[in-house]
Design a protein around this ligand. Structure first.
Ligand code: AHG
Ligand code: MN
Ligand code: MN
Length: 324
């Protein structure tokens, strides 16, 4: 069976050439990252890097390796004006006439690295609309303005999931030829949710609306929802959202009373916005208790946000519990 390769898919979809170069650059570097992940302990890449990132989180060696690889790959592309990463304190300026700004989470779910479980890379591409010199201010655009967003899931197979604003397509890495081939052309999140995804160990710290919502899901058939729900938590947003794109459900990482000054755990500009763009493009909804995530005006690149995403009707039910 002949399948469409990623470059051909982008040309057929009339994606602007410069944007194609950014997506293809990210696809290429993800192959290198997948190879480092596959070698694991044999390549000495597991374990801690012995440093903290700007958010005060311990970095794994692979967080640093993936960050350096992506940074170098993007900086080499004339279309890239600037970049921002989870692992970089400040935005980095690249080419003065580049059209795009890229934000990324080089390795998502990095606590899974040392247990040989799923991890990912998340990226968001924004148009550059600011002044000649790149500043953080240029990146602070609502998620709705993304030109493209996607992720690479390093699982049993390596997959690239992408939207350029015209639906969601999934590609699988052909590891014999190191190229991504189209395997799902038009993803739609199933309307009815049967699964939820949340770190239950934090239950007692959640905001009251989330406590009530999850309690009612747990009551199953005998409760007000009148049906049983299954639960999954991979601890890598990429893998949890991938499952939601494939078979539906609701994913949430709520605000938590242990760090009341912090809006949530997940980061708006390189986790919630790109994943939110994909979920909306697949017919789902992406909210905080207050409103749609893609409409938020960001205040800084490492800003955090509570996230409720997935099947449209289920997200609305969850948000309603917060507004009661
Ligand atoms: P990262 O590894 O990039 O810091 O992101 C981890 C995030 C996200 O991927 C996941 O949903 C969540 O943290 C898991 O958090 P818990 O360990 O609190 O479950
Ligand atoms: Mn992450
Ligand atoms: Mn990360």
């Amino acid at each position: 069976m002949s399948r469409t390769a990623l470059p051909e898919f982008l040309s057929n979809a009339a994606v602007p050439t410069e944007l194609q170069s950014v997506i293809l650059g990210l696809a290429d570097v993800s192959v290198t990252i997948s190879q480092a992940l596959a070698k694991g302990a044999l390549a000495g890449v597991l374990g801690a890097a012995g440093a903290e990132n700007v958010q005060g989180e311990d970095q794994k060696k692979l967080d640093v390796i993936a960050n350096d690889l992506i940074k170098d790959a993007l900086a080499a592309l004339p279309a890239v004006r600037g970049l921002a990463s989870e692992e970089e304190p400040d935005v980095l300026a690249c080419h003065t006439d580049g059209q795009y700004l890229v934000t990324f989470d080089p390795l998502d779910g990095s606590s899974n690295i040392d247990i040989n479980s799923m991890v990912g890379t998340i990226f968001s591409v924004l148009p550059h609309t600011g002044s000649a010199a790149v500043t953080e201010q240029d990146f602070l655009q609502p998620g709705r303005q993304q030109a493209a967003a996607g992720y690479i899931l390093y699982g049993p197979s390596v997959m690239l999931v992408l939207s350029t604003g015209n639906g969601v397509a999934m590609f699988t890495l052909d590891q014999d030829q190191n190229r991504y081939l189209l395997t799902e052309a038009d993803i739609n999140i199933p309307v009815e949710a049967k699964e939820f995804s949340i770190n239950m160990s934090n239950q007692r710290h959640w905001v009251a609306g989330m406590q009530h919502y999850i309690s009612d899901l747990l009551l199953g058939k005998e409760g007000p929802r009148g049906k049983d729900f299954n639960m999954r938590w991979v601890a890598a947003m990429v893998a949890d959202v991938h499952r939601i794109l494939c078979r539906g459900g609701l994913f949430t990482y709520p605000w938590d009373s242990r760090k009341p000054e912090q809006a949530g755990k997940l980061r708006l500009m390189y986790e919630a916005n790109p994943m939110g763009f994909l979920v909306e493009q697949a017919g789902g909804e992406v909210w905080t208790p207050e409103g749609k995530i893609l409409d938020i005006q960001p205040e800084h690149i490492h800003q955090r946000v509570p996230v409720i995403l997935g099947a449209a009707s289920e997200v609305k039910i969850c948000v309603d519990y917060h507004q009661r």
